[in-house]
Design a protein around this ligand. Structure first.
Ligand code: OMP
Length: 232
């Protein structure tokens, strides 16, 4: 994994907020304590894509969490459009057909991250959805396929980081949501670790939303997460 020059780059703040005004307020409150922001469904469908382009132009790194999965042509052209927004990261679901199409469509500077198994899933959820493999095996299988295809990074739970690193090698990125500072509510996250545990497991970036967006002092929480990973 390429050592990040700036430890703040290890934290990706999920801007899961109702509108651009709220996102602008949060980014301003966090200030220089964070450098990477993720725009997902909630904000993307509320003007967040234009905001993401502006945020990138302002010098922040942006992560378009659109979790693309469709027929090849639609994924390829969708990634091509997304590449024009100046983002650093974009998610697709880790289906081989989708991953191949995403690589065909991406512009320079955009890293494609493949979502293996959502961190809200445990083995029972995977079985309910019709997957024969337990989560850990499905993550490993998808990481192996992603590496063979040439995908830039993997989204998984920190619990799977070791198995994923074995399959993608040192250069691949491991990005882990489902991160909670000690004592924070897990909510709908089922595969959870603290920032320090995740860093010790060898991840490159953590994704954190509600512990920051819901905090009285979001800047302090962001600083604490970065510091905890520095100490791990
Ligand atoms: O692709 C993602 O970012 C993602 C993948 C995954 O497996 N689990 C997951 O929680 N996420 C996202 O990471 C963020 C986690 O938010 P919090 O649970 O509020 O910290 C949300 O924006 C999720 O959409």
């Amino acid at each position: 994994m390429p050592e990040s020059a700036d430890p703040r780059d290890r934290l990706i703040v999920a801007l899961d907020l109702p509108d651009v005004a709220a996102a602008e307020r949060l980014v301003a409150r966090i200030g220089d304590a964070a450098t990477v922001y993720k725009i997902g469904y909630r904000l993307a469908y509320a003007g967040g894509l234009d905001f993401a382009a502006r945020l990138a132009k302002s010098g922040k790194k942006t992560f378009l969490d659109l979790k693309l999965h469709d027929i090849g042509n639609t994924v390829e052209e969708g990634v091509r459009s997304a590449s024009a927004l100046g983002a650093t990261f974009l998610t697709v679901h880790a289906y081989p057909q989708t991953m191949r199409a995403a690589l065909r469509g991406r512009g320079s500077g955009l890293k494609i991250l493949a979502v293996t198994v959502l961190t809200s899933y445990d083995d029972a959820d995977a079985a309910e959805a019709g997957y024969a493999l337990p989560v850990a095996e499905l993550v490993a299988r998808r990481a192996e396929q992603a590496a063979a295809i040439g995908i830039d990074g993997i989204v998984c739970a920190a619990a799977e980081a070791g198995a994923v690193r074995e399959r993608i090698g040192p250069a691949g990125l491991i990005v882990t949501p489902g991160i909670r500072p000690a004592g924070a509510e897990a909510g709908d996250q089922k595969r959870v670790m603290t920032p320090g545990q995740a860093r010790a497991a060898g991840i490159d970036h953590v994704v954190v939303g509600r512990p920051i967006t819901g905090a009285d002092d979001p800047r302090a929480v962001a600083q604490g997460i970065v510091a905890e990973m520095e100490d791990a």
